[in-house]
Design a protein around this ligand. Structure first.
Ligand code: PAF
Length: 273
């Protein structure tokens, strides 16, 4: 595995890539969810690139940029074991200059749900992903469905900017308990981890109701809200694949989004129906 820390090294290493390039961008603190992106990329491409970059631009003021978990040594070992071909670990100065142009998230799609609670988050996430796309020029890029709104916006961006990059959505990886894997789970104490299970349990409850032919969004939202109690709920939303709220759940067209706070930690989860 080649480790590139600078853009020159990255470009040199990319010259040795034969065939298609699959790319999994990450912010590190890698877990089985990230590794599932790598595994899929390995199956579908000849050369796999992973980036690790805790992108300051996607953290709003007062968020967890400083304390975001950084585990470079462990991440390198995991990437090596997963047979990643090229690991890009740039410094902030390599990625950002001063007073630069940037991508602006769509004014509606980027300002709802996560975007409402985390202003400028998607501007920052889209900008860094576009920079990484331009540096790495992959044929395919792999993103988790857990960050459903990010996945949707990146798919739109890849299309709007004529990148020709295929955006591949990957299933959410969960602990046996149901908890969706997230680097931010590291912030949870044991008791908070138990509380966090309310997110996946609430989605399970929703799926049971849907199996019993409940299609009213309102009824599902209420049922989810009951299970999430007493967590602080940021939103429970039932949307179509274009993130428009819908009153009636339709199979193959619906995503249930939830975001809640467990102590000081914000967690998101979702279910694609
Ligand atoms: O999902 C993430 O980890 C980040 O938002 C991403 C896509 C790596 C961009 O910084």
């Amino acid at each position: 595995m080649i480790i590139a820390r600078g853009i020159g090294e990255l470009k040199n290493a990319l010259r040795s890539a034969g065939g298609s390039v699959g790319f999994a961008p990450t912010m590190g603190a890698l877990h089985a969810g990230h590794l599932s992106l790598v595994e899929r990329a390995k199956k579908e491409n000849e050369f796999v690139v992973v980036s690790i970059f805790v992108n300051p631009a996607q953290f709003s003021a007062g968020e967890d940029f400083e304390k975001y978990p950084r585990k470079e040594e462990a991440d390198i070992a995991l990437c090596r074991a997963a047979l990643v071909d090229l690991l890009f670990i740039p410094k902030t100065e390599e990625i950002y200059g001063e007073d630069e142009p940037a991508i602006r998230a769509p004014s509606i799609g980027g300002a709802i749900y996560e975007g409402k609670i985390r202003p400028l988050h998607f501007d920052g996430a889209l900008t860094v992903v576009m920079k990484l796309f331009n540096l790495i020029k992959p044929q395919r890029a792999y993103f988790g469905k857990k960050d459903a709104q990010q996945l949707w916006l990146i798919t739109k961006m890849a299309k709007s900017f004529f990148t020709d990059i295929e955006i591949i959505p990957c299933e959410t990886t969960r602990e046996i308990s149901g908890l969706a894997l997230s680097s931010r789970n590291a912030y949870l104490s044991e008791s908070e981890k138990n509380e966090a299970l309310k997110l996946s349990s609430s989605l399970l409850e929703a799926s049971k109701l849907i199996k019993k032919n409940e299609t009213r969004s309102l009824a599902i939202v209420q049922a989810i809200g009951e299970v999430l109690k007493p967590l602080t709920i940021d939103y429970i939303a039932i949307v179509d694949r274009d993130f428009k709220p819908i009153d009636t759940i339709k199979k193959g067209e619906t995503i249930i989004l939830i975001a809640a706070r467990v102590g000081a930690t914000r967690l998101i989860d979702n279910m694609w129906i």
